[in-house]
Design a protein around this ligand. Structure first.
Ligand code: HEC
Ligand code: HEC
Ligand code: HEC
Ligand code: HEC
Ligand code: HEC
Ligand code: HEC
Ligand code: HEC
Ligand code: HEC
Ligand code: HEC
Ligand code: HEC
Length: 320
């Protein structure tokens, strides 16, 4: 018996040690580890040597042409820094199932491998510091699902470039293009953006990335802020307070009453009035004389918080 106790203790200690990495709060450092891993292996082709971009242009003239206008080319990033050294691909004279290991094709590599090629240069960048915590990473989304490296004229000829200044072609061109990219995969938000009341995304006055970091945020839902209310306050500061009298659900989260993306109800409310309020309060007739009105906020106009006390104590959020 006396021997068993330390053994059980040891077992417990081992079990606890195994559990530690799974505990919440321990997940953060993982991202840094992953960020710090060596990504150079994802742009290596065993046995191949570099031949220079001019060689690639011999056979890929169109791609070479569009690539030259990209911001990568203007930073002197060369074909082989993304696609790997080309000598074996040249020797094979092309690309087939058998020779696919001889050049890095982004479509035939796994997301991890394809993204690894990008991360061989960008892993330390601030832009992607939350990538390894993101839903996009977890779902196998590729950098190239959103970023078009060779320019958007793929297969369309050169006409779209006419009249463009001599500047760089960025991997994502415009606010509208950002929204289009996101909405291609996000059907639910696509539908919400078309509802009568919405943040002006369809109008391209706002983009998804005004609120979300596509590379992953530090908080849930990939938000650009540490929580939902802080996000809303960046543009709607008038509701930040502090108020002497706070309305509890407003402090908790704006999305208790509002939809972030779109709603059939005025003011982006998730439920229209008075049903919205009646989820948490009972209706009243405010003395016998007045009929119950649809909009509780006709009277309770300071619904986001108030400094004005009511006669009966607290505040009834009536600032008139
Ligand atoms: C001798 C001609 C030739 C040269 C030189 C050449 N390629 Fe290719 N490459 C081909 C052919 C043919 C294909 C298959 C058809 C296609 O996809 O265009 C191909 C396919 C590819 C693919 C795969 C495309 C896919 O389907 O995803 C990549 C990537 C590629 N080449 C990159 C390069 C790079 C980088 C260089 C320079 C280091 C280069 N090529 C030089 C002929 C060549
Ligand atoms: C910064 C990384 C990067 C550089 C540099 C780069 N490519 Fe690509 N390339 C890609 C990605 C990513 C794709 C996948 C499609 C896309 O996003 O455009 C691709 C696709 C291709 C394809 C597939 C065919 C197709 O029509 O999509 C070929 C061939 C190719 N690149 C050749 C080249 C050549 C030649 C150069 C140099 C002139 C070059 N690439 C420079 C990243 C790069
Ligand atoms: C050889 C290094 C290298 C590789 C590999 C590389 N990049 Fe870049 N990239 C750069 C440099 C340098 C810049 C310009 C400075 C900066 O913004 O960091 C840049 C800029 C960018 C930009 C901002 C400019 C723009 O065009 O919008 C994006 C987006 C980008 N890279 C995405 C990618 C993606 C996606 C891949 C993989 C397909 C990739 N990069 C692979 C070096 C690289
Ligand atoms: C879900 C879409 C999406 C994915 C996936 C994605 N990005 Fe981005 N990325 C964007 C958007 C949108 C921007 C902002 C573009 C802008 O402002 O020009 C951006 C910006 C960047 C920038 C900075 C551009 C600048 O000019 O400041 C870099 C670098 C970059 N991304 C690299 C990557 C890399 C590397 C990956 C893969 C690990 C990746 N991105 C995956 C959407 C995406
Ligand atoms: C290639 C498809 C694809 C594209 C393009 C894409 N997404 Fe996603 N996104 C997904 C998938 C899959 C998920 C995980 C499932 C889900 O939550 O819908 C996801 C999840 C998300 C989430 C939830 C994040 C979380 O942590 O829960 C946000 C926010 C998001 N995407 C925003 C964007 C934005 C902004 C863009 C455009 C810059 C974009 N997505 C482009 C496929 C995509
Ligand atoms: C005004 C800020 C804002 C804008 C603009 C915005 N979002 Fe969101 N999004 C949010 C907030 C806040 C949440 C969390 C909602 C919650 O907690 O109920 C969210 C949640 C999400 C989610 C995960 C939850 C879900 O509903 O599936 C996805 C995916 C998403 N947004 C995609 C997008 C896309 C795509 C766009 C552009 C069309 C976009 N968002 C524009 C604020 C915004
Ligand atoms: C990047 C800036 C920005 C952020 C962040 C933002 N909004 Fe907005 N919001 C706007 C703009 C712009 C409008 C449209 C104003 C207009 O059309 O006059 C708007 C309108 C609204 C409206 C009024 C809609 C109507 O039908 O009258 C509500 C409610 C709203 N936002 C709530 C929120 C909530 C809740 C959040 C946080 C999840 C949020 N907003 C985050 C910019 C933002
Ligand atoms: C208890 C429910 C509730 C919560 C929580 C809530 N709101 Fe509202 N909000 C409303 C109602 C109801 C209206 C419509 C007011 C009216 O009828 O005049 C409104 C209207 C708005 C409007 C549009 C008003 C205008 O002037 O056009 C904005 C913007 C807004 N809210 C932002 C926010 C923000 C930001 C938060 C989080 C800090 C938040 N709301 C939290 C109920 C709520
Ligand atoms: C998610 C639940 C929730 C919703 C929705 C909600 N409230 Fe409240 N409300 C509360 C809570 C919790 C309090 C604080 C209760 C307390 O202190 O007794 C409160 C307090 C109040 C008070 C002050 C009550 C008092 O006795 O001092 C008024 C008035 C009020 N709410 C009106 C509204 C109106 C009008 C709406 C709709 C626009 C609304 N509330 C929506 C939860 C909610
Ligand atoms: C005609 C104006 C008016 C309308 C409309 C109105 N209220 Fe009131 N409400 C008041 C007044 C005034 C008080 C404060 C009485 C006091 O100070 O004792 C009050 C008090 C309240 C209180 C505090 C608790 C109580 O019963 O005294 C709540 C909760 C409340 N209202 C919710 C609502 C809800 C929910 C609606 C919509 C269904 C609504 N009110 C519609 C005028 C109104």
């Amino acid at each position: 018996m006396a021997q068993r106790i330390p053994r059980a203790g040891l077992l417990l200690a081992v079990v606890l040690l195994l559990l530690v990495p799974a505990l919440p709060g321990k997940t953060k450092p993982k991202s840094t580890e992953k960020q710090n891993q060596d990504f150079s292996k994802f742009v290596e082709i065993p046995g191949a040597t570099k031949v220079g971009g001019d060689q690639c242009a011999q056979c890929h003239a169109d791609l070479d042409k569009t690539y030259r206008r990209s911001s990568h080319a203007l930073r002197e990033v060369d074909c082989e820094q993304c696609h790997g050294a080309g000598s074996l691909h040249l020797a094979a004279g092309g690309y087939s199932k058998e020779s696919k290991d001889k050049i890095i094709s982004f479509k035939d590599r796994t997301p991890e491998e394809a993204n690894g090629a990008c991360l061989s240069c960008h892993s330390k960048s601030d832009h992607v510091r939350n990538w390894f915590l993101s839903a996009h990473q977890a779902q196998g989304i590729r950098c190239s699902d959103c970023h078009t490296i060779h320019g958007d004229t793929h297969g369309k000829g050169e006409s779209e470039f006419q009249g463009e200044p001599q500047g760089a072609r960025k991997a994502i061109e415009s606010r509208r293009q950002v929204n289009d990219k996101c909405l291609r995969c996000h059907q639910k938000q696509m539908a919400e953006a078309d509802l009568p009341y919405h943040h002006p995304i369809r109008e391209a006055k706002m983009t998804c990335i005004d609120c979300h970091d596509p590379h992953g945020g530090s908080a849930g839902n990939g938000l650009n802020a540490s929580n939902t209310n802080d996000l809303c306050f960046t543009c709607h500061a008038e509701y930040q307070g502090p108020f002497t009298f706070q309305h509890a659900p407003v402090n908790e989260s704006c999305v208790k009453c509002h939809s972030a993306h779109g709603s059939p109800n005025q003011n982006l409310l998730i439920v229209s009035q008075p049903a919205l309020c009646l989820q948490c309060h009972s209706a009243h007739h405010n003395g016998a004389s007045l009929p119950l009105v649809d909009r509780c906020t006709n009277c309770h106009n300071a619904i986001h918080g108030s400094d004005i006390p009511s006669a009966t104590g607290g505040s009834k959020f009536i600032d008139k």
